[in-house]
Design a protein around this ligand. Structure first.
Ligand code: SF4
Length: 338
């Protein structure tokens, strides 16, 4: 099977007239001094290091790609198309806002052979969208998703956890809608960056940043929706490169370098509880062996053995061991007792 390689090109805040309360694209992308003239060299360098048989995707991330200056957008798309035409890349992915999608834009993306579109949906709750100053409604988002699907592009919906006015019910409802409209998802627990309106709202007490525990529980609730619907989650949490390690830039919220691992661990705890309930298992005073899918032992055990400790604390299990079982598929578990 060909190795999938993604070449991410960050296009920060170019042409974006919006002011979402959580956004400081300069801070998030870490590419404050973006030079469009450097993109060709960036692509050349990336492609030159790859095996010739790699499955290469060029991805324009970081801003509102279809909202940037039209000439610059076409220039970037034509660069990417050169690599598609030469066979050096197979696909082009862009990320944008739902209100920057219309028939004409989709014509352009199709012409330049864009294959996948990621939409920053963030929430499908109009109250949350308004409090976050997104500048569009959930209906705009639904319409954009339908148009993209009708034209045959791949569609990924990005959502945020912990936006102003949001709660777990609103986030689960958003995940359910994204699962019904999109072929993939990304989940981003909100991090408060310095210089954003959200940072001011935090200082004034108007906004309460997510605690890590809350972020894990709420992100898991959204993740559970996608897993049950068979929708792949491409990413959970911002990338380490997104200025997360600089405490002067990421000032509050769900900022943990292993947040994805924590959320998947929480999901396995849900799976374990369901397994115990469905099988009416009693673990009280018993030695317990949990069988986990290959490669998933650390997630099933939980960070710092959290899930093992919960099996002891909640169910009275003794001496919990987690081992791999190649017969189990992803998110499958089996519990054996002595
Ligand atoms: S639309 Fe995107 S780039 Fe523009 S302010 Fe909002 S999050 Fe930032």
């Amino acid at each position: 099977m060909k190795r999938h390689i993604n070449i991410p090109i960050f296009i920060p805040h170019l042409g974006c007239p919006n002011s979402c309360v959580f956004c400081n694209q300069r801070s998030i992308s870490g590419h404050g001094d973006f030079d469009i003239g450097s993109v060709r060299g960036e692509l050349e360098r990336a492609v030159s290091t790859l095996d010739s048989d790699a499955d290469v995707e060029i991805a324009f991330f970081g801003g509102s790609f279809t909202g940037i200056d039209r000439g610059e957008m076409i220039y970037l798309l034509s660069l990417a198309k050169e690599y598609i035409d030469s066979g050096a890349a197979r696909s082009v992915r862009i990320s944008t806002r739902p209100d920057y999608i219309d028939g004409e834009i989709l014509d352009i993306l199709e012409k330049y052979r864009v294959t996948d579109i990621e939409l920053g949906l963030q929430s499908m709750d109009d109250r949350v969208l308004a409090l976050s100053k997104r500048g569009h409604t959930s209906e705009t988002a639904r319409k954009a998703c339908r148009m993209i699907n009708e034209r045959g592009f791949g569609l990924v919906g990005q959502m945020m956890i912990g936006l102003p006015g949001s709660d777990i019910a609103s986030e689960v409802a958003t995940a359910e809608e994204i699962a019904s409209l999109c072929g993939g998802a990304r989940i981003y627990p909100t991090v408060v960056f310095d210089g954003t309106e959200l940072c001011d709202m935090t200082s004034s007490g108007e906004y309460q940043p997510l605690t890590l525990d809350d972020a894990v529980i709420r992100s898991e609730a959204a993740l559970n929706v996608f897993i049950r619907a068979g929708i792949p989650v491409l990413r959970l949490g911002l990338c380490a490169s997104d200025n997360l390690s600089d405490p002067e830039k990421a000032v509050a919220g769900a900022n943990h370098s292993a947040i994805g691992e924590l959320v998947y661990g929480e999901h396995y705890m849900r799976v374990l509880r369901e397994y115990i309930a469905e099988n009416r298992l009693s673990l009280e005073g018993k030695r317990v062996t949990v069988c986990a899918p290959v490669g998933e032992v650390s997630k099933v055990s939980g960070q710092k053995r959290k899930n093992k400790l919960r099996l002891t604390g909640e169910y009275g299990a003794l001496d919990v061991k987690v081992i791999e079982d190649p017969a189990l598929g992803k998110y499958g578990v089996r519990i054996e007792t002595d």
